[in-house]
Design a binder for this molecule. Structure first.
Ligand code: TNX
Length: 518
């Protein structure tokens, strides 16, 4: 593996900034933004170009019961730039009405924009939230400003019906190779939820560090989260249980489910530094700050291994309301095959015993216990046809490394990122079909897609944003939009139009040469 160590921040700051698009503007009743200018693409849209809705200082947002919180989030998003009061009320005229009604698929919604009012309807609040993300993109980019702007706040007229292709649309953030502070994680949750990403997988432990407090094994974080625990000896830190619970709540408010991962039986050097009894010979290894993988392993034939696994899984399950608990399983190159199978035979049922659905990297599919415990397999390979994934008969989350790995470099010239899975430009991230990637996994077993971001080369939020955007949006569209909507030219043009929003949000992003940026 090779890293470019040039500061991503410096690069992003050196980029030219956008100037506000103030030009002549569209004729009255029409808008600069089309009803279909949405990322990810909506399933169905019927524009009615002369039926635009204009927000005024009197506009109200109506909602009741379980819809109220989502209405509040829309109002909060639009107040700063419009300077309007946008009260959330039970009834009102010429309103933006959020309505709960039966009949929509999970996370699906319908949106009707007319001159006299807007109606957004879904069966559950998650669908309203998805619809709100669409609505937010239908006002001009100035809406992202943090103080009041003069603009015509006009939504394009017409109707949208929208729903996800896959239930699981994820982003992963590695806190182990470099610890990211809760504020940075919250910012990432804000960014990803704008694109209808609904799972955040946190990689909480690895050879270099341990980032979640476990009360029954306190040295994990006391030692594994100490200053200097990270690649290059930079960083350190961990989440307290309160930090973690608060992040889970923050994510849930944005309809994002947290999927915690403890990586076992490999990638455990940090745990073994803290507790030498977790090695086979009982000798503490040295702390590691390099990027190598595959050298550490829990001891499959010591009982203490399973006490450790049970305690960690129990404490993690207790503070995780979401259905999934990820137990890693990747790159266990120093765990003999038989030991790996014995380990999974005992650990996967432990996840079930604590009421969670086990998730593992695709290596766990070698174990019959994966299928027996209906584990979700996360495919991270490059090749088509992974027989071991097919054999398990389980549901699969697709993270093909040469398409979805956000820590890979964009190209040879752009600094930052690794290159073992190749360079991944925006079109590489976009041009594949999750339904056809693994020809021996039937389409109905694909639970969804996830874009992992490993932190070996990351330091701060700017680094995260620069590698994630715009590629994460490509993965979001593959996960949400129907296959029939897949169209590189359309995607790239919508992406170009989104650039000014990221500029106003202060998000650093890669100005890919494949895209014409507004
Ligand atoms: C492989 S992908 C890993 C990680 C590294 C990553 C770097 C996977 C399941 N394991 O340990 O961080 O490559 O790209």
């Amino acid at each position: 593996m090779r890293t470019a160590r040039i500061g991503l921040t410096a690069l992003a700051l050196a980029l030219p900034t956008f100037t506000a698009t103030a030009a002549a503007g569209p004729p009255p009743g029409r808008t600069a933004i089309a009803l279909t200018d949405v990322l990810p693409a909506v399933a169905e849209a019927v524009p009615a170009p002369d039926a635009a809705f204009r927000l005024t200082p009197d506009t109200v947002i109506t909602a009741s019961g379980a819809a109220t919180a989502v209405a509040g989030s829309l109002a909060a998003a639009w107040r700063p730039a419009t300077g309007f009061a946008l009260p959330v009320t039970e009834t009102g005229d010429r309103a933006i009405a959020l309505v709960l009604e039966p009949g929509h698929p999970a996370e699906g919604y319908r949106l009707a924009i007319r001159a006299g009012g807007v109606e957004l309807a879904a069966t559950r609040p998650a669908g309203l939230f998805a619809g709100v993300q669409t609505l937010r993109q239908l006002l001009p980019a100035e809406i992202e400003a943090r103080s009041a702007r003069h603009a015509r706040w006009v939504l394009p007229g017409g109707r949208i019906k929208d729903f996800p292709r896959y239930a699981y649309r994820g982003a992963m953030l590695d806190l182990a190779r470099h610890f990211h502070e809760p504020a940075e994680i919250r910012a990432y949750i804000d960014r990803i939820s704008r694109f209808k990403i609904n799972h955040l997988h946190l990689h909480l432990s690895d050879d270099q560090g341990w980032r979640i407090r476990i009360d029954s094994w306190p040295r994990l974080t006391a030692v594994g989260g100490a200053p200097g625990t990270g690649v290059g000896g930079a960083g350190g830190g961990f989440l307290t249980k309160d930090d973690y619970r608060e992040l889970v709540r923050y994510a849930a408010d944005r309809f994002v489910t947290v999927v915690p991962e403890i990586d076992m039986p490999g990638h455990v050097n940090a745990a073994q530094v803290a507790y030498p009894e977790l090695t086979c010979d009982g000798v503490a290894p040295r702390p590691r700050t390099d990027m190598r993988v595959g050298y550490s392993s829990l001891c499959a034939d010591r009982e203490v291994t399973y006490r450790f696994a049970a305690d960690v899984i129990r404490e993690l399950a207790e503070m995780t309301p979401g259905p999934y608990l990820h137990v890693g399983g990747d790159e266990a190159m120093s765990t003999p095959h038989g030991a790996y199978l014995r380990f999974q035979r005992r650990v996967l049922p432990l996840v079930r015993a604590h009421g969670k659905i086990p998730v593992g990297w695709h290596e766990i599919a070698q174990s019959p216990a994966a299928a027996e415990n209906d584990a979700v397999i996360q495919f991270w390979g490059r090749e088509r046809n992974s027989p071991s994934v097919a054999a398990a008969g389980s549901r699969v989350v697709l993270s093909p490394a040469n398409r979805t790995y956000l820590d890979m470099e964009y190209d040879l010239l752009t600094p930052g990122g690794l290159d073992w899975a190749g360079a991944i430009e925006v079109r590489d991230a976009y041009d594949w079909d999750p339904g056809a990637l693994l020809s021996d996994v039937p389409a109905e077993r694909v639970l969804g897609v996830e874009a992992p971001l490993w932190s070996e080369t990351l330091r701060d939020l700017d680094d995260i944003e620069f590698l994630a955007f715009p590629r994460l949006v490509a993965i979001a569209e593959l996960g949400w939009s129907p296959r029939s909507a897949h169209d590189w030219d359309s995607f790239r043009s919508r992406l170009g139009g989104y650039g000014p929003r990221w500029v106003r949000q202060g998000v650093r992003f890669h100005r890919s040469p494949e895209v014409r940026w507004s």
